[in-house]
Design a protein around this ligand. Sequence first.
Ligand code: FPP
Length: 254
Amino acid sequence: MSMKLPFFKSKQTDTEINDTTIENIPNHVAIIMDGNGRWAKKRGLPRIAGHKEGMEVVRNIVKASTKFNVQILTLYAFSTENWKRPKSEIEFLMKLPKEFLHIYLPDLIENNVRIDTIGDFDALPEHTKQAIQYAKDKTKDNNGLLLNFALNYGSRFEIIRAIKKIMIDIDGSKISVDTLDEKTFSQYLYTQGLCDPDLLIRTSGEQRLSNFLLWQLAYTEFWFTDVLWPDFNEAIYQQALLDYQQRKRRYGGI
Ligand code: FPP
């Protein structure tokens, strides 16, 4: 998307970019929100304190995404591998969506945000599902930012699931092997109908994908920062967007 927007004034920073303009905003930003545990440990707090703080940052980054005119924000909130964590931490993480929505849903509605999820939704605890389903229903007609939580999401699981669905549809003659192509395959993924992420951000210094959107990130620009997720803010987000704007995307061409 090529557009010029006035860059809003940030309260959190006095960097030079505030008074300039911004072009080529990524349509779709995906974020691996990493480092909550380390943030808490550094402060002598339990890991869940990092997740709680991380939840507040989610709200700030959603707000900033709307201001920046990002269309889709996909946040990796819980992976299929995160079930390996201690039970108490999992329980806390599963309560966070409800808490987040309890506090912020009215504000999100007012800001025209639509809420959706990708991942194995059915396998989530009932209370988590209920809170999210309520928010999905309440925001389904909104046409502002799509806030897409990857919850109980794993990319390999998603791909296998897609293959199984495709095989069933081939069996039922809904599609044929001959016409199966990348576009059709994409329609069997959780991200069906969404454009691929233009920009992937990962916080906390780790530089890996951790089973996140393996298919969808084929041509995405990656941006890594050492900042831990609870310390991530609008100003750092701006830096990621400005960096993205310097990139030349060639999609294999010249
Ligand atoms: C990774 O950090 C973070 C998670 C597995 C959870 C992310 C969740 C949030 C940021 C809150 C989500 C909010 C809502 C509204 C759903 P880590 O715990 O692996 O950190 P570490 O690598 O430092 O241990």
